[in-house]
Design a protein around this ligand. Structure first.
Ligand SMILES: Nc1ncnc2c1ncn2[C@@H]1O[C@H](COP(=O)(O)OP(=O)(O)O)[C@@H](O)[C@H]1O
Ligand SMILES: [Mg+2]
Length: 359
């Protein structure tokens, strides 16, 4: 284990904005903190970087305690051996690219740094622009300079705070792949903060979903997407349909009385409020008109009766809003379906998960 955050609390005035979170980052791991604006991602990162003192808990980097509220330990940022990339590139306009990259090394007393600067600029593909000024560079190139500056000191840990937010969509896709490649090449753990689910899913070994200063779920992108623990997590990642469900014994029913076959019976208190989650891509739309209801000949299938209320062309597919028992559900097809058409939505029990109804 490389980085550990234990029971971290951060209070401003008397308000706790981080409410006792714990997580670890393994060697070489790419960990993403994902959550809506204001949930505490930046604050967590700044605590790890040593840009904030912590109110409670402990932070270790490579088994060295860098912040410990109880023991009053606080290692200053420049002694934590980390590199940080911000959303605003924060490159100095009056310095050349090479001088920008050299700056943190010089501050730390490493005057003989030309080799490190060249190495870092080559990794981000900016070696040929070393003598340029930031004003002569595009936003994407400036972000690469910021990345080179973060890695030039061979840090033990890389921290990213929404580094792609200011780039246009195409450049964002490219830079995303670049950051992943560089992190893997350097074999250094990274903590990456974003509110963007695509970035989180595509770049991370593991994702921590945060909300209001708490950790809601930790897991691989696959786990977070396919097995979210709550309605909040399911809704934050990907497109999600929820149906209200009612329980009778081990049987589950939707509001129109149709039986629902689910992935698994929920753990813990089964009387707590639950919703059934079905992702749009798990749903098949049947134009034919067999009797609705759980088909007796296919024990792992669900078939719900609905009516298309409106449709949107999205290029790769057409998204239909389908009314089922008073709820709107999204389903995709490639062909058009007129509003008002009755259809059946068919999906596997395995694709129907009961999640905590906590939003
Ligand atoms: N210096 C500060 N003083 C008071 N409140 C702050 C300060 N910095 C952040 N906050 C509050 O802490 C919460 C979390 O902020 P932040 O970590 O920036 O969220 P995120 O990065 O997830 O958008 C927000 O409610 C924010 O207003
Ligand atoms: Mg932030």
């Amino acid at each position: 284990m490389t980085i550990s955050v234990r029971n971290l609390v951060k209070t401003y005035n008397t308000t706790a904005v981080i409410k006792g979170i714990s997580f670890e980052v393994a060697a070489n791991e790419f960990l993403t903190l994902l959550g809506p604006s204001g949930c505490g991602k930046t604050t967590t990162l700044r605590c790890i970087a040593g840009l904030e003192t912590i109110s409670e808990g402990e932070i270790r980097i490579n088994d060295r305690v860098v912040s410990d509220a109880a023991q009053d330990v606080f290692v200053p940022p420049n002694e934590r051996h980390l590199g940080m990339v911000f959303q605003s590139y924060a490159v100095w306009p009056h310095m050349t690219v090479a001088q920008n990259v050299a700056f943190p090394l010089t501050v730390r007393g490493r005057k003989d740094n030309a080799d490190d600067v060249k190495w870092a600029l080559d990794i981000v593909g900016m070696g040929h622009l070393a003598e340029r000024r930031p004003s002569e560079l595009s936003g994407g190139q400036q972000q690469r300079v910021a990345l080179a500056r973060a890695i030039a000191g061979h840090p033990d840990l890389l921290l990213f705070d929404e580094p792609l937010s200011n780039l246009d969509a195409r450049l964002r896709d490219r830079t995303r792949l670049e950051i992943s490649r560089i992190q893997r090449e350097l074999k250094v753990p990274a903590i990456y903060v974003t509110h963007d689910q695509t970035e989180a899913l595509s770049m991370s070994d593991r994702i921590i979903v945060m909300e209001s200063g708490n950790v809601m779920q930790q897991g691989t992108p696959d786990e977070i997407y396919h097995a979210p623990v709550s309605r909040f997590v399911a809704d934050f990642i990907g497109s999600a349909n929820f149906l209200n469900v009612r329980r009778e014994g081990d049987q589950w029913f939707v509001a129109d009385g149709t039986a629902l076959r689910v992935h698994a019976q929920p753990q813990g208190d089964r009387d707590r409020p639950l919703s059934a989650l079905i992702r749009p891509e798990a749903i098949r739309v049947e134009r034919a008109d067999p009797a609705a209801g759980a088909p007796a000949d296919a024990p792992d299938l669900n078939r719900l009766r609905g009516v298309v209320t409106r449709s949107v062309f999205l290029g790769a597919y057409i998204e239909h809003m389908v009314e089922i028992a008073g709820k709107q559900v999204r389903a995709h097809t490639r062909e058009a379906i007129a509003a008002g058409t009755p259809i059946n939505l068919v999906f596997d029990a395995a694709d129907c998960r009961l999640v905590d109804n906590n939003d």
